[in-house]
Write a protein that binds this ligand. Sequence first.
Ligand SMILES: N[C@@H](CCC(=O)N[C@@H](CS)C(=O)NCC(=O)O)C(=O)O
Length: 257
Amino acid sequence: MTAPLRLHYAPDNASLIVRLALEELGLPYVTHLVDRQARAQQAPRYLRLNPNGTIPVLETPHGAMFETAAILLWLSDTTGKLAPKPQDPLRGPFLKWLFWCSNTLHTDLRSYFYPEKFIGPDPADQSQLRRIYRERIRADLHILEEGLQQTPALAGNAQPGLLDLYLPCLMRWCDLYANPKPSTAVSGPPDHQPDLPPDLPAETPLWFDLTAFPALYSVCRMAESRASTKRAQSAEGLGPTPFTAPILAMPPEGSAT
Ligand SMILES: N[C@@H](CCC(=O)N[C@@H](CS)C(=O)NCC(=O)O)C(=O)O
């Protein structure tokens, strides 16, 4: 790989997962901030790179890539790292869970975070959609925990793979943005402030507790010990324990929403 890779990112967005991969691989790259306050992801210049208007984009010698999991696999394929090889018996399970992260949990979180994109501006409709997706995400987390327990080689081991990068970010977002946590609601960025679900009284305990998922907790703990995470923490202002006890990002530039 000779031409510089350019990551179009916003702090604590899905681009964080790609940043972690670039750091883990030790690849040289430059970043370009997508200014979410200015809705730069909808600017014509950005839409030429990614017509979906989603973050991230990675500009590569083979063209601009979008879709987080595709970027991760491309990085892994071109370097021969961070994933089981095609003949490895772990390859199938790895692909299954990578695609599941992208198509199921990440997609369900997206519906929960941005209900207006899927059901329109009516707050009652949005609450209803969130209720549905909260249940889906709950079920997703149990399915994931069981999958990790059944196949421990997938993640949480000494040699990190792509799932060790993707899963901690998803857990971070579950905790920060999908939890009806009063402290988050007070200080959080406006369009990432889920209301307390209408069917839950204010004093209802948080529904997401990472410690209830031991395999996932262990993956997050290990992620926090890696140098790649430390570099991403300082680049995006992620705080001291970005995955096991996340706080809202205080990035040196840009904003999460
Ligand atoms: N399927 C996309 C989803 C990426 C995604 O949801 N990005 C969010 C940030 S975490 C985004 O672009 N949000 C802004 C928007 O949708 O306008 C991927 O895997 O890359």
